[in-house]
Design a protein around this ligand. Structure first.
Ligand SMILES: Nc1ncnc2c1ncn2[C@@H]1O[C@H](COP(=O)(O)OP(=O)(O)OP(=O)(O)O)[C@@H](O)[C@H]1O
Ligand SMILES: [Mg+2]
Length: 280
């Protein structure tokens, strides 16, 4: 880490709602493609128990940013700290080990498998009755899946239905249950989880994002739908042309002012203190 990074890291990029230490601290995160700077010196803190929305126009650098913190892309420069300790994210496995899980848009579900088969895919429970070869413990997996949906506050479909018969919102819930089955997850990242969903289905997803937060997870969500953002986000971070404009609390910005910030790349004067500029 450079001296400038170290200096930046000693300052807080964003207000914590309750004075808690950030789970994730990003400083100077930069990604270049040839001469193009997709992410330019980004600073951001993510706290436990918050829903943080990442917004910005097409091409602002949102997906690039979350790919770096989920281990899919290597940063060109900058640091990622978890609980104050610098980590290297060379693969999604590293991110997972650090407590960061990402719900990808394709969800990686198998349509003809049931809910419980999808949740347990690749790590099925087995039961061994004395003297017999082990067999799949379907009842055990159903019970565990139902308990998991209850624990997470997820809408509970019939566990024995193939997931192709579920609504888009329910499928997202299955994707989340699968991510959280046995991992020690602290932060869940979602890139446009409502993009392909109708109003009712989006409602399902917005509801369970709220539940996940109530259960102590941090959620970082990219969305173009500002109505959704205002419904669920505690804070909103705005990217423009690869730069972090700032992170504001939902209750201190109006819809129109947020649109102006996204388009114009400047925070309204009363929120200038939320700017991330002084850190880069
Ligand atoms: N593999 C790549 N090679 C070259 N340039 C890239 C690559 N991936 C992204 N970019 C560029 O980096 C910039 C940021 O892209 P990114 O996908 O992060 O934007 P985004 O905010 O997620 O946009 P959208 O809202 O459209 O999903 C864009 O200008 C994009 O063209
Ligand atoms: Mg994107």
């Amino acid at each position: 880490m450079s001296a400038a990074d170290t200096q930046a890291a000693s300052k807080a990029a964003a207000p914590s709602p309750d004075g808690a230490a950030p789970f994730l601290s990003i400083r100077g995160l930069t990604k270049t493609y040839g001469g193009h700077i997709a992410n330019n010196q980004i600073n951001l803190d993510v706290y436990p128990n918050e829903v943080l929305a990442l917004v910005g126009d097409n091409g602002a650098g949102k997906s690039t940013f979350i790919k770096m913190i989920s281990g899919v892309l290597r940063p060109t420069l900058g640091s990622i700290r978890i609980d104050g300790r610098e980590v290297e994210m060379n693969s999604p496995k590293d991110a997972r080990a650090a407590g960061i899980e990402t719900l990808y848009q394709n969800l990686a579900l198998v349509d003809v498998f049931t809910v419980q088969e999808n949740v347990f895919m690749g790590r099925e429970l087995q039961r061994r009755i004395a003297g017999l070869v082990p067999s799949l413990d379907h009842a055990g997996m159903r019970r565990r899946t139902e308990a998991l949906f209850d624990e997470l506050g997820l809408p509970k479909p019939d566990m024995t239905r193939p997931v192709r018969s579920l609504s888009g919102g329910q499928r997202q819930a299955v994707g989340i249950a699968r991510l959280l089955l046995d991992a020690d997850v602290r932060l869940i990242i979602m890139d446009e989880p409502m993009a392909a969903l109708g109003v009712e289905e989006s409602r399902v997803v917005l509801d369970f994002i709220q539940r996940l937060k109530e259960r102590g997870y941090a959620v970082l969500i990219i969305s173009h739908n500002l109505d959704h953002v205002f419904q669920i986000a505690d804070r909103i971070a705005i990217l423009k042309n690869g730069r972090m404009i700032g992170a504001v609390r939902r209750d201190e910005v109006e819809h129109d002012a947020l649109v102006h910030t996204i388009v114009g790349g400047r925070l309204p004067p009363h929120l200038a203190h939320r700017s991330a500029e002084h850190l880069s």
